[in-house]
Design a protein around this ligand. Structure first.
Ligand SMILES: NC(=O)c1ccc[n+]([C@@H]2O[C@H](COP(=O)([O-])OP(=O)(O)OC[C@H]3O[C@@H](n4cnc5c(N)ncnc54)[C@H](OP(=O)(O)O)[C@@H]3O)[C@@H](O)[C@H]2O)c1
Length: 344
């Protein structure tokens, strides 16, 4: 019988610039629909550090518990919980309101509400998803935000066409693995020749095209060349306003830009001409807000069915819970390739 006990959490400091560890007592009992989970691994997203460095466009909870992505195991359930039992392997969804993708409200984990950089947490069963059993906690922890975003940005399910993925960050690398498993031809960009060489080795017999956006600042022309002038079907736009004109130029007719990120900065110093190319080529610019519980579940089912390993997207360095600040600093310094994991 669950009785409540102390659990350590990291919270953003009063000035919002660093992390502080605290011991907090969990509630003494669970509500009927609640599930207590023990968090095994957390993976970081750019937003987690962006909101501690004044680079996040949305206000966040003061002294909140950061991070949205984790893998956990169920340790206790409320009296009316039927979907989960003790020992199940689970993760919460990113936006606690987004069950079907049709909801109006939003409550994003780690931003608006406290979440997962802690040892234990309590969630209602309706916001939990079963994780693929073949994945380690470090791999599975990448699913809720990075994975689900990659899944919705690619417009899954689909099994053909060409997708251009910007950079070798978490969303992009996850999207690359989905492309390879689904049969979508990927073109991935990076500032680093070494990173692109490493990425190409993931393809096996499947071809991964690469573009160095430093040595090819007009990378959209490279994308057209690589597709024999046709253009790509979809761009996973991680850079934002500073890149969108180039992304539109790289698209084939009726192509889509999935607007995911703002790595190139929040405020564009100019508003590029997006209207004319969108009209001329019947393009779609689609805003992505991670995805719904259904999207996350579909992604988990896909990863299970295709036996996708997520090891290739993990950064070489794994941090211990006590080293969480160092993990955030590592991400902010952009020394990583793929996902940074904190093991708990
Ligand atoms: N809308 C949503 O639902 C949603 C969900 C998740 C994330 N996001 C946003 O999506 C973006 C990507 O997130 P992430 O977690 O994947 O970030 P990340 O892991 O920090 O990605 C960093 C990588 O992006 C690449 N990059 C940085 N600046 C670039 C530029 N100007 N041009 C091309 N590539 C650039 C770099 O790759 P190289 O080192 O290879 O050059 C860098 O290593 C962020 O802005 C994040 O906030 C949005």
């Amino acid at each position: 019988m669950y009785k409540g006990f102390p659990s350590s959490s990291f919270r953003r400091s009063g000035d919002g610039l660093s992390l502080e560890i605290l011991e907090e007592k969990l509630p003494s009992s669970l509500q009927s629909q609640e599930v207590l989970i023990r968090i095994r691994a957390v993976s970081l997203n750019y937003r987690d550090v962006a909101m501690m460095n004044g680079k996040y466009p949305i206000s966040v909870k003061e002294r909140g518990i950061p991070a949205s992505d984790c893998a956990a195991e169920v340790v206790a359930v409320g009296s009316e919980v039927g979907d989960f039992e003790v020992g199940d392997y689970v993760a919460p969804i990113f936006d606690l309101y987004s069950l079907t993708g049709t909801e109006e409200q939003m409550a994003a984990l780690g931003g608006h509400v406290d979440r997962v950089l802690r040892q234990f947490a309590i969630f209602e069963q309706r916001v939990l998803v079963h994780l693929p059993k073949h994945l380690s906690p470090e791999e599975a922890a990448c699913i809720p935000c990075a994975g689900t975003t990659a899944w919705t940005a690619l417009g899954m399910p689909r099994s053909s066409g060409t997708a251009l993925l910007q950079g070798t960050g978490g969303v992009s690398m996850f999207a690359l693995l989905i492309c390879l498993a689904a049969g979508i031809h990927p073109i991935i960009t990076s500032s680093s020749h070494e990173k692109l060489e490493k990425v190409q080795s993931l393809g096996g017999s499947r071809n991964i095209d690469t573009i160095n956006y430093r040595s090819h600042p007009r990378w959209e022309e490279e994308a057209l060349r690589l597709t024999n002038g046709r253009g790509v079907d979809l761009v996973v736009e991680n850079v934002g306003p500073t890149a969108i004109a180039q992304s539109l130029a790289s698209l084939a007719r009726r192509g889509t830009v999935s607007l995911v990120g703002f790595l190139g900065g929040i405020k564009a110093d100019r508003f590029p001409d997006t209207i004319l190319p969108t009209l001329q080529k019947s393009l779609t610019i689609r805003g992505i807000a991670v995805g719904s519980k259904i999207d996350q579940q579909n992604l988990c089912d896909f990863l299970t069915e295709k036996k996708v390993s997520l090891k290739p997207i993990l950064d070489d360095v794994v941090f211990a819970f006590e080293e969480s600040q160092a993990a955030f600093d590592h991400l902010f310094a952009a020394k990583h390739m793929g996902k940074i994991i904190i093991r708990i």
